[in-house]
Write a protein that binds this ligand. Sequence first.
Ligand code: SF4
Length: 487
Amino acid sequence: MGGLCAVAAKEECSIDLFFGTDYHSHLGTHRGGMAVFSDEKGFQRSIHNIQNAPFRSKFENDVAKFSGRSGLGVISDTDPQPLVMCARFGTFAITTVGLIENIEEIKAELFKEYSVQLQYSTTSGMVGPTEVVSSMISTCSSLVEGVKFVQSKVRGSCTMMLMDDKGRIYAARDKFGRTPVVIGRKDGAMMAVQESCALPNLGYTYERDLGPGEMVEMSPDGLATLIEPGEKMAICSFLWIYYGYPASSYEGRNVEMARYRCGAALAKRDETTPDAACGIPDSGTSHALGYAHEKGIKFARPFVKYTPTWARSFMPQDQRQREHVASMKLIPIPGLIKDKKLVFCDDSIVRGTQLGKQAARLYAEGCKETHMRIACPPLVYPCRFINFSRSKSVYDLITRRYVRGHEGEGADVAKYTDPDSQAYKDMVEFIREKLNLTSLAFQRLDDLVKAIGLPEEKLCTYCWSGRDVSLEDECAGECANCPCATR
Ligand code: SF4
């Protein structure tokens, strides 16, 4: 994923930018970056590896040297940013978040049509998405034309924050608003963030969300819309289930409260009579609180997360390391497990590896029954729109491994998204057995949509439904059955 922050202020902005960016740290583990601008010093920029140390500790020395009234900050899971580019309309700094599904196509067009030279901008020797996007903008006559060009070409999503060589700040949300951009205001300053939890402790009050595809110029006094918002929105539902911060709200819907409603919806459909409801930390905890409140049962923490050194939500890039880290983070409390019937809430099941291990640990501690309740429906389609999961193959998903084993490759997977179909029930039973759970139930999509509180047509639910507003154009409305929905 990743997260962006920008500040336009009448006075020095570096401290607000530093803390505002830091509040996005749960969104990425790869690189952190800051750029500020002053008339005296021009662009000042710093980028650090944040894989093994938090953003704050890496940037505290830089911040003391920065000076400027406007700036950009980024937590990136992809490439080192912000980049500073020279274009014919002037120099600009840029940060991006998203996923460019057709990056190779766009690179080929840049080489052929515009003779653009690209460099390796990632540590893995790849041309990074921010470099591709900044090169696209550089071929245009202005930043606004550049952002329009990016929005017209990118399949996936690209949310951007930019700063020009007058220190003016621009924020542009991706075409369908998959990732949020929230604006805050205080006396003499405006801040654009992706996590609204960054605003209150820095003294900013909520101003508004940008619309899908909207681009604004943000001055210390207010916003000027440069590209009008589009009509269609498909904001990522997973923000509320898993990776959004509990204190944040997007489109006016708070994350923590949506998680309580998710847990309550699971409890309402559940006949189980457990001794306590428990969550797999972190996000599962809020879902479990909602479940416990609805059922009127105890909430317990039989797994406690070791937060002093394992504070980050995300994990290392390497899968084996990730699994090891996940097991190290959670410490069991035997007295809350032995001879108990427990309901566990978790945000989702991707591979199932971790959940299987946790279930085995529970039985080893003497747990009598382990009932797993998942806050979203089974993940059947890998995300194509944001840089959400690092899956290399569709068969990383336990659901797709089941379908392949059951029907072979290339099967129509649509029936596995219908909770009333036998195919769905058989798949859930397979997962339950595989993970050695007493019972397993997933959220229904209609309950999830209600828990978030936005109309379904404003949400992206592709990873569960295979339907998406962007594919309607591609597929003329036949996407449930066409090849693009099954890849
Ligand atoms: S496919 Fe899933 S993870 Fe990706 S944007 Fe849509 S809801 Fe979010």
